[in-house]
Design a protein around this ligand. Structure first.
Ligand code: IMP
Length: 191
């Protein structure tokens, strides 16, 4: 089976190919000559993942899936959520995003949060959603310098290190993206 993953991000492609294995060929947007910037205009993660998957399915007529991820903080009613990449503005500046989040949590005792990845799959017109969640807490200040995005200020449940202090293998074995992709992989094995 062939499936298009609506991304050109090499790290995401590699991670997904490693998890799904050789039974399914995962193609990128570049592989189907799709160079458009697909709009992400929904106000939920599910909505954005579906917009991207439907766009590819309808325009290119191929079975496909798309993902969207956000960091959801309890006392901020789930913010930054779907706006995680542009929380501090359209610059997609991780440092500014983390600063804004830490500022908004100043003086708050409840620092519970979760990363959530939604994958929307479309096979022969049938849509299916998968959710991968990793719960944790937001630190008071940045810790560690590997990873990307909000990694330096997120400590997953059951660990004392932030995502940015862990080696990438450990992070990738418990991450929201891993968990969503694993569900996709299990589903694909059954059909
Ligand atoms: P995307 O949907 O994968 O592009 O993720 C949206 C945004 O969520 C990214 O720009 C990051 O700010 C944040 N994010 C997603 N995954 C991670 C992660 O594993 N660690 C830290 N931040 C992440």
């Amino acid at each position: 089976m062939k499936l298009v993953f609506a991304t050109n991000n090499k790290h995401k492609l590699q991670e997904v190919r490693d998890i799904i294995g050789s039974g399914v060929e995962i193609l990128s947007l570049a592989d189907i000559n799709c160079n458009e910037d697909i709009p992400e205009t929904a106000d939920t993660l599910d909505g954005n993942a579906l917009i991207k998957a439907r766009y590819i399915y309808e325009k290119y007529n191929v079975n496909c899936f798309a993902d969207d991820t956000g960091l959801e903080v309890d006392v901020l009613d789930g913010a930054p959520g779907v706006y995680s990449a542009r929380y501090a503005g359209d610059g997609h500046d991780s440092e500014a995003n983390m600063r804004k989040l830490l500022e908004n949590l100043t003086g708050k005792n409840n620092r519970n949060a979760q990363f959530r990845t939604v994958i929307a799959l479309i096979i022969d017109g049938e849509e299916k959603l998968f959710n991968g969640i990793v719960k944790g807490t937001i630190t008071e200040e940045k810790r560690g310098d590997s990873g990307f995005g909000y990694d330096p200020i997120f400590v997953p449940e059951g660990y004392s290190e932030s995502f940015a202090q862990m080696d990438s293998r450990t992070k990738n074995s418990i991450s929201h993206r891993y968990r969503a992709t694993k569900q996709l992989s299990e589903y694909l094995k059954k059909i």
